[in-house]
Design a protein around this ligand. Structure first.
Ligand code: PBG
Length: 327
C-alpha cells in the first residue's frame, strides 16, 4: 500500500473542492448587528474605540437597518443611550424612551421584515452604571431588580420588539420577564437570554459606546468567572426552564468551548455575542497592518459558528454579510 494511505489533502486541492466539502457554512441571516441609539443628538456620533460604528439618532438607525436588511443581516440588536439617568434606571421603561422611540419607528417603517431585538438591562440607564438597583452597601439587589427588568421588557414589547434580551445576569430574570410579558398580553414576544455572560475586559469599547461603565466596583458579583464552564450549562438550563426561547454565550472568541458545551446541553437556538472588544482587536490590528480585516473577521465568525452558535451577534455583521455574499 502506498504511504500515506489516508490523504485528507486531496479534498483541499482546489477552491471548488474546498467549497464542496466544507462542514459548516455561516449564513448571512444568522448575523445580528448591534446598534446604539442615542437621545438628544442631532447627527450620528462616531465611537473611536469601535471604528466604523456610531451612536445613531432614531432617523439614522432607520438608515442603518435598511442597509443591514439589504445585505441580508438577520436581525438588529438595539441599545439605548439615554440623556437622563437615575438610581433605578427609570428611563428603561419610559414609553417615550430612546429605545422605545426607535423600536416604534423601525416597526412602522419595516413591518415584520426586520427582527428587532431589544437589549433589556439597566446599566445604560442607571447613574451608577450597574445592571441593577443598589443596596446601601453598594451591592446589587437581585430581587429588587427583577420587577424593573419586567417593566422595561413589557415597554419594549409594547413599542414593537420581537425579542427582548435580558443581559443583566440576575437570577430569575427570564422567569420574571416571561410572567410579565404574558400578563401584559405579549405571549408572542420572545426572550433571548444572555445566559452565560462572563465578566470580561472585552466589553470595554461597548462601555464607551453606551456610556455605562460602573462608577464604582465591577460586575463580578453578577457576571460569570472566566474559569467556569459547567456553570454556563447550569445557567442555560435554568433559563430554558424559566422560559427562554433562545440562549446566549458571551463573549464568543474566548468562550468557544462554552459555546460547544451549551450547544450540546440545550435544544433552543444558541446565540454567541462576539463583543465590542473582539471587534476592536480585529479592527485595530488590521488598521495597524497586522492582517487583513476581512480574512480575520470571517475566520473568527467561522470559528464561532463551528463551535455551535446558530446566531452570531457581531459588529462585523454588515461587512461580513456583504463579504459572505461575494464568496
Ligand atoms: C449590559 C451589556 C453589556 C454588553 C451588552 N449588554 C456591557 C456590560 O456588561 O458591561 C457588552 C457588549 C459588547 O461589549 O459588545 N447591558
Amino acid at each position: 500500500m502506498p504511504f500515506p494511505a489516508e490523504r485528507p489533502r486531496r479534498l483541499r486541492r482546489t477552491p471548488a473542492l474546498r467549497r464542496l466539502c466544507r462542514e459548516t457554512r455561516l449564513s448571512v441571516s444568522s448575523l445580528v448587528l448591534p446598534l446604539f441609539v442615542r437621545e438628544d443628538i442631532a447627527a450620528p456620533v462616531a465611537i473611536p474605540s469601535l471604528p466604523g460604528h456610531r451612536q445613531e439618532t432614531v432617523d439614522s438607525t432607520g438608515a442603518a437597518v435598511e442597509q443591514a436588511l439589504a445585505a441580508g443581516v438577520g436581525a438588529v440588536l438595539l441599545f439605548g443611550v439615554p440623556t437622563r439617568k437615575d438610581a433605578v434606571g427609570s428611563e428603561a421603561w419610559n414609553s417615550d424612551g430612546i429605545v422605545q422611540s426607535a423600536l416604534r419607528s423601525l416597526r412602522g417603517r419595516f413591518g415584520d421584515d426586520c427582527v428587532l431585538i431589544a437589549d433589556c438591562c439597566l446599566d445604560e440607564y442607571t447613574d451608577h452604571g450597574h445592571c441593577g438597583v443598589l443596596r446601601e452597601d453598594g451591592s446589587v439587589d437581585n430581587d429588587a431588580t427583577l420587577p424593573l427588568y419586567a417593566r422595561a421588557a413589557v415597554s419594549q414589547a409594547r413599542a414593537g420588539a420581537d425579542v427582548v434580551a435580558p443581559s443583566g445576569m440576575m437570577d430569575g430574570q427570564v422567569g420574571a420577564i416571561r410572567a410579565a410579558l404574558d400578563a401584559a398580553g405579549f405571549a408572542e414576544t420572545s426572550i433571548l437570554a444572555y445566559s452565560a455572560k462572563y465578566a470580561s475586559v472585552m466589553y470595554g469599547p461597548f462601555r464607551d459606546a453606551a456610556d455605562c461603565a460602573p462608577r464604582s466596583g465591577d460586575r463580578r458579583g453578577y457576571q460569570m468567572d472566566a474559569g467556569n464552564s459547567r456553570e454556563a450549562v447550569r445557567e442555560a438550563r435554568l433559563d430554558v426552564a424559566e422560559g427562554a426561547d433562545m440562549v446566549m454565550v458571551k463573549p464568543a472568541l474566548t468562550c468557544l468551548d462554552v459555546i460547544g458545551r451549551v450547544r450540546a446541553a440545550v435544544d433552543v437556538p444558541l446565540a454567541a455575542y462576539s463583543v465590542s472588544g473582539e471587534y476592536a482587536m480585529i479592527a485595530h490590528a488590521a488598521r495597524a497592518g497586522a492582517f487583513d480585516e476581512r480574512a480575520a473577521a470571517l475566520e473568527a465568525l467561522a470559528a464561532i459558528h463551528r463551535a455551535g452558535a446558530d446566531i452570531i451577534i457581531s459588529y462585523h455583521a454588515l461587512q461580513a454579510a456583504r463579504w459572505l455574499r461575494e464568496e
